[in-house]
Design a protein around this ligand. Structure first.
Ligand code: PMP
Length: 355
């Protein structure tokens, strides 16, 4: 091994869900939205003046920051935007988790958190969720270097009320508490109502799910202006121009169309409720989801086997080899037609098992 190799920063990277591209596939594996973005997004992209691509984009992404601030009724200096919420969360880890005390996040949660912690050499502990997969607030009452968890949690889909979030923030005034609300628009109640009350609370959201824009890579954080300024200082110490021109322009249009946003997320919630009923009929069990996915298991069938079977039929869902959740599948809510096709494949699998 060359001496230079000993100095490489070694990391075990996060593994994103696969992005197959087959003509008739049913892709329910990465919690994307099955509906297109708001109509004005297409229009603004068609009208983009590509000559302007010679120039750098606005480093503040000011138009997008303003649109988000207006939508949520907060000041512009309370909004930070990044290249997907992954970029926002990575920045927040680097900015706020800078203590010798361990950062806390649940043992079953978004599997990117331990990757960032390892990358930035942040100590962490992972309190166990209960047998019902719920986060136990008491586990977060001890001294720590910061706290993060998604609400609804991923991949469990369980959403806690704002009173639960407030309890954890109130117990942790000495560290930054981040709530990752990637899936909050599907029936949960946002902790944004608390950001003016607690200066150490950072709420993170994304355009990738409820705003149908995973491909544009837009995420944002809202919090006290001191938190946002600290994040901006770190951002400008790495890369000033994070969001590109098309993303900024498309993002503004996506936020401005509140009606379309409400329509599409309601469609997903309706399909989710129908999907839950059909899953129950087939004997699956799952925590009650307030996300755009369900986290299912079945006591008669092996979920790894079902996952592989569905894959051979071009129906993609998500399965982890993690021993804590290996008996579960995470299924994204697609269109009604996509769910019909998925159920057809599941029924076919079940009948072949009996035969
Ligand atoms: N947080 C959670 C809990 C997620 O599941 C995801 C999606 N993988 C993200 C953050 C990141 O999403 P994005 O970077 O697309 O905003």
């Amino acid at each position: 091994m060359g001496a230079w190799e000993a100095n490489i920063r070694k990391v075990v990277p996060y593994v994103a869900g696969e992005q197959p591209n087959k003509p008739n596939m049913v892709k329910l594996n990465t919690n994307e939205c099955p509906y297109p973005p708001a109509p004005a997004v297409e229009k603004v992209l068609d009208e983009l003046d590509t000559d302007r691509f010679r120039l750098y984009p606005d480093p503040t992404a000011g138009a997008l920051v303003k649109a988000i601030a207006d939508f949520y009724g907060v000041d512009e200096d309370m909004v930070f935007v990044g290249v997907g919420s992954d970029d926002v969360i990575a920045n927040a880890f680097l900015t706020f988790f800078n203590s010798d005390k361990p950062v806390l996040f649940p043992d079953i949660t978004y599997s990117f958190y331990p990757v960032w912690a390892d990358l930035y050499k942040i100590p962490y502990e992972t309190p166990k969720v209960g047998a019902d997969f719920r986060i136990k607030a008491e586990d977060y009452y001890k001294e720590n270097g910061g706290i993060i968890f998604p609400n609804p949690n991923a991949p469990t889909s369980i959403c806690e009320p704002v009173s639960f979030i407030e309890d954890i923030v109130a117990h942790n005034q000495n560290s930054v508490v981040m709530i990752d609300e990637a899936y909050i628009d599907f029936g949960g109640e946002s902790a944004l109502s608390l950001v003016n009350k607690y200066e150490n609370l950072l709420v993170i959201q994304t355009f990738s799910k409820s705003r149908s824009m995973a491909g544009m890579r837009i995420g944002f954080a809202i919090g006290n202006k001191k938190l946002i300024q600290a994040m901006l200082d770190v951002k400008y110490s790495i890369n000033s121009y994070t969001l590109n021109m098309p993303s900024i322009a498309a993002g503004v249009e996506a936020v401005n169309d509140r009606e379309y946003f409400d329509k599409t997320r309601n469609m997903i919630m309706e399909t989710r409720e129908r999907t839950k009923a059909r899953l129950t009929e087939l004997g699956f069990t799952f925590p009650d989801s307030k996300a755009n996915f369900v986290f299912v298991t079945h006591d008669k069938y092996d979920m790894t086997d079902l996952f592989e079977y569905m894959r051979t039929k071009d129906v993609y869902v998500r399965h982890w080899n993690n021993p804590l959740i290996k008996d579960y599948l995470r299924i994204t809510i697609g269109t009604d037609a996509e769910m019909d096709k998925m159920f057809e494949v599941i029924k076919q699998y079940m009948s072949e098992q009996k035969a």
